[in-house]
Design a protein around this ligand. Structure first.
Ligand SMILES: *Cc1c(COP(=O)(O)O)cnc(C)c1O
Length: 230
C-alpha cells in the first residue's frame, strides 16, 4: 500500500477507467472514503488529498471522530453506512449528513423528528437485501416500494429519500459481482417509475467498484483500498 494520498489517486483512476469502459461521465460517481477503524489523523490526511466525503459504520466511533475533527466540519461530509438502532437515531440525526442504512419506517420517522431544523435535511438511502436469505439486514425487494413511498412522504425539510444502498455477498468473478448491482439499479428505476425523485445508487466497495460502476453506481464506498487493511 502507498500513502493515503496515492491510494486515493489510484482509486480515482480505477473509477475513471470503469466509467470510460461504461461510457459514463466520471463526475457522476462520488467516492466515499470509508474511514471506520482508522483515526482522525487518517481522515485529515485524506482531506489533504482532496477527499471530503467519509463513511463510518459504528455510531459511537464516528461521533468521537466527528468531535475530534469539529474544526474541519464545514469541509467534511459524514455518511453512516453501518446498522442504526433506534436508541442511536438522535445522535445520528444531529451529527451526520447522510444515512445509507434505513431499512424500516420507524428509523426514518425518528430521524425526521430528531433532525435539528437548523441543519439541512438528512439525506437517506434505503438498504436493500439483494442477497436473499444469506443477509439479514436490508429491506426485501418486495417490501421496498411501500417503504420508499412512506419514507418519501416524511417532512422534506428534515429528511430526503435519495436512493438505495446494498452490501452484496462477496463474489470473486466480475459477472457474479454485477448481478446484485444490476438488481439494485432495476429497483431504483422501479421507484423512479413510481414517481419518486431518487437518484442515488450506493453500491460498490474496494473489491467490486468496477462492477458497481458498470451497473450504474453513483456512489462507491471504499475503505481498504484507501486506508489499508483493517
Ligand atoms: C467496510 C465497508 C465498506 C468498505 O469496504 P472495503 O472493502 O474496505 O472497501 C463499504 N461499505 C460498507 C457498508 C462497509 O461496512
Amino acid at each position: 500500500m502507498g500513502s493515503i494520498g496515492s491510494n486515493l489517486q489510484e482509486v480515482k483512476r480505477r473509477i475513471a477507467s470503469a466509467c470510460l469502459d461504461a461510457a459514463r461521465d466520471a463526475n457522476t460517481v462520488t467516492l466515499l472514503a470509508v474511514s471506520k477503524t482508522f483515526g482522525a489523523d487518517a481522515v485529515r490526511e485524506a482531506l489533504a488529498g482532496g477527499q471530503s466525503a467519509f463513511g463510518e459504520n459504528y455510531v459511537q466511533e464516528a461521533l468521537g471522530k466527528i468531535e475530534l475533527l469539529a474544526d474541519l466540519r464545514p469541509q467534511l461530509q459524514w455518511h453512516l453506512i453501518g446498522p442504526l438502532q433506534s436508541n442511536k437515531t438522535r445522535a445520528v440525526a444531529e451529527a451526520f449528513d447522510w444515512v445509507h442504512t434505513v431499512d424500516r419506517l420507524k428509523i426514518a420517522q425518528r430521524l425526521a423528528e430528531q433532525r435539528p431544523p437548523s441543519l439541512p435535511p438528512l439525506q437517506l438511502c434505503l438498504q436493500v437485501n439483494v442477497s436473499g436469505e444469506s443477509s439479514k439486514s436490508g429491506v426485501a425487494p418486495t417490501e421496498l416500494p411501500a417503504l420508499a413511498a412512506a419514507v418519501a412522504a416524511l417532512p422534506a425539510a428534515r429528511v430526503q429519500l435519495r436512493g438505495l444502498m446494498s452490501i452484496p455477498e462477496p463474489a470473486a468473478d466480475p459477472q457474479a459481482q454485477r448481478r446484485p448491482h444490476r438488481l439494485l439499479r432495476d429497483l431504483l428505476v422501479q421507484l423512479q417509475a413510481q414517481g419518486l425523485a431518487v437518484d442515488t445508487l450506493s453500491m460498490g466497495m474496494s473489491a467490486d467498484l468496477e462492477a458497481a460502476v458498470t451497473e450504474g453506481s453513483t456512489l462507491v464506498r471504499v475503505g481498504s483500498a484507501i486506508f489499508g487493511r483493517r
